[in-house]
Design a binder for this molecule. Structure first.
Ligand SMILES: [Fe+2]
Length: 238
């Protein structure tokens, strides 16, 4: 295994322990999550978010990005690549954890069919030559992380103080993985590929605002600027 892949897989094992491929799952991660759930005394919110409220915009945005991630996983890009298999398993956890966040807040954790634009982008991922495919994966991971960081920052304004600590734990568990995904996707790129990725950022920004108009409704232009700054900032976490 090359040094980048080794560093990535070491990071996964540090965060979640050894995977059990017979299930498949991360037993240590499941144990940690079970403890958090046992300590969470608050029942889920039973009323759905009021239409047009900040909470409904927030949950709508999370539901969309969760569905897009799940759709990506179901395309089965990993094959037999050991790193991509780990990454895919992490993404499956994200789908469950984010579904749990939605449920806690009273929103239905239904998976939807992503928009045409998102589906075309995923289709392009499988059709593009490897060098371009890697760039698109990197941009996709970067967008995902930026949106998660944005939603995480907004969480205290949509969740009740009693639900907040548990939801923050779930969200932070997902974000730690996503930071590592961005690191890994970036580490695979050459200087030239990174330059192309940077050149494609305006298009990526446009796609994000088209797909997630709720972001602008939630935070206005200033909030979007914050999110886009995350999209462009460097990341060395693994
Ligand atoms: Fe990811």
């Amino acid at each position: 295994m090359n040094p980048v892949a080794l560093k990535y897989t070491d990071g996964v094992r540090r965060r979640h322990g050894e995977p059990d491929w017979t299930k498949p799952c991360f037993p240590q991660r499941d144990e940690r999550l079970a403890k958090w759930r046992a300590a969470q005394a608050m029942p889920t919110v039973s009323t759905p978010p009021e239409r047009g409220s900040r909470l409904s915009l927030w949950t709508e945005c999370l539901a969309k990005i969760r569905s897009a991630e799940r759709f990506a996983v179901e395309q089965g890009f990993s094959g037999n690549d050991p790193v991509l298999k780990l990454l895919e398993l992490e993404e499956r956890y994200h789908s469950d954890l984010l579904g749990e966040v939605l449920q806690q807040l009273g929103a239905a954790p239904l998976l939807r069919r992503p928009s045409v634009l998102t589906r075309v982008l995923f289709w392009a991922m499988s059709a593009l030559p490897a060098a371009l495919h890697q760039i698109e994966v990197y941009l996709g991971e970067r967008v995902g992380l930026a949106v998660f960081l944005f939603l995480r920052a907004q969480l205290p304004s949509v969740a009740s103080p009693t639900h907040l600590p548990f939801l923050e734990l779930l969200f932070d568990d997902v974000i730690a993985d996503e930071e590592a995904h961005v690191w890994y996707a970036q580490a695979l790129l050459s200087t030239r590929q990174l330059a192309v990725a940077k050149w494609l950022l305006p298009l990526t920004r446009w796609a994000v605002t088209q797909e997630l108009p709720e972001l602008q409704a939630l935070a206005g232009k200033k909030g979007i600027q914050f999110m886009l700054a995350q999209l462009e900032s460097a990341n060395d976490t693994v």
